[in-house]
Design a protein around this ligand. Structure first.
Ligand SMILES: [Zn+2]
Length: 149
């Protein structure tokens, strides 16, 4: 089965409703830098320990780089030392959409922006991190824009 990507899935959420900030792929290609498009629309992953926010400890809000929706807050960040920004919860349950991802022969849960459908990263559960949820939202820096508060 081909790996599902935001670009191939089109402008609808898994439940059939439209992403409120959906655009055409041509528009996304025009708006996003090539590395942003590769992750947000084509489901790519940035190399570990290379992202702008991997070690960002400033206080503020992380927005979707594609549509600017608020996704995560700095107070939900923790140091996972995995090479990508890690959060134990999104800002609100409905700010992201979770999808089953069986690519690379693994069972993973993909995290997408609920407003535009952009690929953000994956969420892992039960790894034993000392956080309130024992979840690790492993998010690409290139999918985010940080706004200090
Ligand atoms: Zn978005």
């Amino acid at each position: 089965m081909a790996h599902s990507t935001p670009a191939s899935d089109g402008p609808e959420r898994p439940d059939g409703t439209a992403y409120p900030r959906a655009r055409s792929e041509a528009e996304w290609r025009e708006e996003l830098a090539p590395d942003e498009y590769r992750v947000l629309r084509a489901g790519g992953t940035e190399a570990p320990f290379t992202g702008a926010y991997t070690d960002n400890h400033d206080v503020g809000v992380y927005r979707c780089r594609a549509c600017r929706a608020e996704l995560f807050r700095s107070d939900a960040r923790f140091d996972s030392h995995c090479g990508w920004p890690s959060f134990f919860t999104p800002l609100a349950g409905d700010s992201v959409i979770l999808l089953e991802d069986t690519s690379l022969g693994m069972m993973r849960t993909e995290v997408r922006c609920a407003s535009c459908g952009g690929h953000l990263g994956h969420v892992f559960t039960g790894e034993g991190y000392a956080t309130p949820t024992d979840q690790r939202y492993c998010i690409n820096s290139v999918s985010l824009t940080f706004e200090p508060t």
